[in-house]
Design a protein around this ligand. Structure first.
Ligand code: MN
Length: 427
């Protein structure tokens, strides 16, 4: 090869290298550009996702607020209804009137339970409801429960009975509200699907240890029963065994699924034995702590209970019906009180004089209970302030406590519950 040829070859090679370099350069520019594009796309999508997440959170917040408002709107008049029924029962009534009032009372309690079911439904799935353990007279609890369904049973001509094992300790630690909620659902169902025969609530001692008793709660009926192939699905949300069941018997289809979830929370398991046209047996077993200490029995509403003679209460409540309810009870018990229609009026009262206890509604116009309590707490850390909350949600109660309330009472409250609160804060 001549030198000239060699030089030409080198030159060509150099040209090729330059061309390759320029291609590489342009490619890397392209690459860099698409990388930039990708990054900006990722940023854009991240922003979109963030906005979507914020939107979803806002929707969730709105839903929660709606539930809280609805809960308040429903429970406030229901509180007045339940309260007035209690007061009405204290007056002189003839036999017929007593029957009417009993029907009113059971219907109000069942309605109250239904509202709890609906409001608790999403909360239970989100793990927001926990069982509490309270010292309870189990005999009284189940006797009261059976009473609720007496008018319905009488109307249908169905026998309703309570069978209680004598070996069960009467005072036990249990979550009364949740237990109540489940048993109301089960008894309500049993009566609904039984047109003749008997519905039995039975409590049986299964085993016992030093300070625990395992008790089986059973609700047994002689009703329509459930076909074997439907047994699995009855605990599912919004399901009834037959699609035409709802048409014939009514109901939300929520009762059993929520009952199962509540029994889980209580530490048991809801199961069912059933035979079509023979009847059903819904049962669960709970291991409950027993106590040697007897709970002092609370006296009846009409009886005057002993409290300090100068016990003075400030009622802060915007609903006139609930004001009358509270007024009537406090007058009956000869307890001094003043009434404020909203938070602002409460602040004026607190400036004027000292109270032993403030009963504070949470949702009020002008100034709500939270705002009023926060303001009172600025220079008064002592006076007990009990929130009268329409919300049964535990997180709302915790929020109330963290905002300066000393305690809370859920609407609707019975005269007995009010009495307990008054006794607790009477020094
Ligand atoms: Mn209110």
């Amino acid at each position: 090869m001549t030198e000239e040829l060699l030089l030409k070859k080198i030159e060509r090679l150099q040209q090729a290298r330059k061309a390759a370099e320029s291609i590489l350069e342009s490619k890397s520019l392209e690459l860099w550009e698409s990388k930039q594009l990708l990054e900006s796309k990722v940023q854009e999508r991240t922003l979109e996702l963030k906005q979507e997440k914020e939107k979803a959170e806002a929707a969730q917040k709105a839903e929660k607020l709606f539930l809280a408002n609805m809960s308040h709107e429903i429970r406030t008049p229901l509180n007045a209804i339940v309260g007035m029924i209690h007061l009405l029962k204290e007056t002189t009534l003839d036999v017929k009137q007593t029957q009417y009032v009993d029907i009113l009372k059971s219907s109000a309690i069942i309605l109250q339970n239904l509202i709890s079911d609906i409001l608790d439904f999403s909360k239970i799935d989100a793990g927001k409801i926990e069982a509490i353990s309270e010292q309870v007279n189990i005999t009284t609890l189940v006797e009261e429960l059976v009473k609720i369904f007496e008018p319905t049973a009488r109307n249908k001509g169905v026998q309703l009975e309570l069978v209680m094992d004598n070996n069960i300790e009467p005072i036990l630690f249990i979550d009364p509200k949740l237990t109540h909620q489940v048993l109301i659902n089960l008894l309500g169902n049993a009566l609904k699907f039984t047109d003749s025969g008997k519905v039995t609530l039975s409590l049986k001692l299964i085993s016992k240890e030093d300070n625990h008793q395992s008790i089986r709660f059973s609700v047994i009926d002689t009703g329509i029963g459930i076909a074997a192939d439907k047994l699995q699905s009855i605990f599912q949300d919004f399901t009834q065994a037959e699609s035409n069941t709802a048409r014939i018997y009514g109901g939300t289809g929520l009762g059993l699924s929520i009952s199962k979830k509540i029994v889980d929370i209580l530490g048991g398991q809801l199961s069912v034995d059933s035979e079509e046209n023979r009847g059903s047996n819904f049962n669960f077993t709970l291991k409950l702590k027993t106590t040697k200490k007897k709970k002092e029995s609370t006296s009846s509403t009409s009886q005057i209970f002993s409290h300090s003679p100068d016990l003075t209460v400030l009622i802060v409540e915007d609903n006139p019906m609930n004001q009358v309810y509270l007024e009537t009870l406090l007058e009956q018990w000869t307890i001094n009180f003043e009434i404020a229609n909203n938070g602002l009026e409460a602040l004026e009262w607190v400036k004027k004089r000292k109270f032993d206890l403030i009963l504070m509604d949470c949702q009020m116009p002008v100034m709500d209970g939270y705002e009023a309590t926060k303001t009172i707490r600025l220079d008064d850390k002592e006076t007990p302030i009990v929130a009268l909350t329409a919300s049964s949600m535990r997180e709302d109660k915790e929020a109330a406590l963290s905002q300066g309330f000393s305690d809370f009472m859920t609407k609707p409250y019975t005269p007995e519950q009010l009495k307990e609160v008054l006794l607790k804060y009477d020094k």
